[in-house]
Design a protein around this ligand. Structure first.
Ligand SMILES: CC(C)(COP(=O)(O)OP(=O)(O)OC[C@H]1O[C@@H](n2cnc3c(N)ncnc32)[C@H](O)[C@@H]1OP(=O)(O)O)[C@@H](O)C(=O)NCCC(=O)NCCS
Length: 137
């Protein structure tokens, strides 16, 4: 991560969470949904520059068996400076240090982001299995 950026083990605020998802091009989330979900975060980090949150990443899960990496986002003007790698690296480091052996950590990689996750050991589930999703309306 370039100089001037600092990583904190911290759940993003509802405002930062919604703003970062939007500017990074992820689907928008309501304040109500964020207020319900964020307090149940298993582990999260934010990256700040001059006190301002410019990146985030979260792990959700049951604390023992299954975990999911979600909400990996960096403000576009701060992309390409190692923030994404620092965020995912810290999440994986935390899981390796705390999760029981055999824990299953999954994620859905958008676009080219699979190249980022592959650097930390994530492998495609296909063709053995297919990730599936359902968005409730
Ligand atoms: C994905 C994202 C968080 C990466 O953040 P970043 O700070 O730009 O990433 P880094 O600078 O740490 O570099 C990421 C690494 O993955 C590689 N990579 C290649 N294409 C990439 C891409 N389109 N997106 C992310 N990483 C990419 C980079 O080359 C780099 O590795 P390298 O230094 O060995 O070349 C950021 O691009 C982003 O917020 N994207 C929009 C939201 C999104 O798609 N989130 C992921 C949802 S699954």
């Amino acid at each position: 991560m370039e100089e001037g950026y600092e990583l904190f083990e911290e759940v993003p605020s509802i405002g930062d969470y919604r703003r970062l998802r939007e500017v990074a091009g992820l689907s928008p989330k309501s304040a109500e949904a964020a207020a319900a979900g964020l307090p149940n975060t298993h582990f999260a980090v934010v990256v700040k520059k001059d006190g301002h949150v410019v990146g985030m990443g979260r792990v959700i899960g049951d604390g023992g068996l299954f975990f999911q990496v979600v909400d990996i986002a960096v403000e576009p003007v701060h992309q390409g400076r190692g923030l994404g790698k620092a965020i995912v690296g810290r999440l994986v480091e935390h899981l390796k240090a705390t999760a029981p052996a055999g824990a299953y950590v999954s994620l859905i990689a958008d676009g080219e982001a699979h190249r980022l996750y592959a650097q930390f050991g994530f492998q495609p589930t296909a063709p053995r299995s297919i990730g599936m999703s359902l968005t409730l309306r």
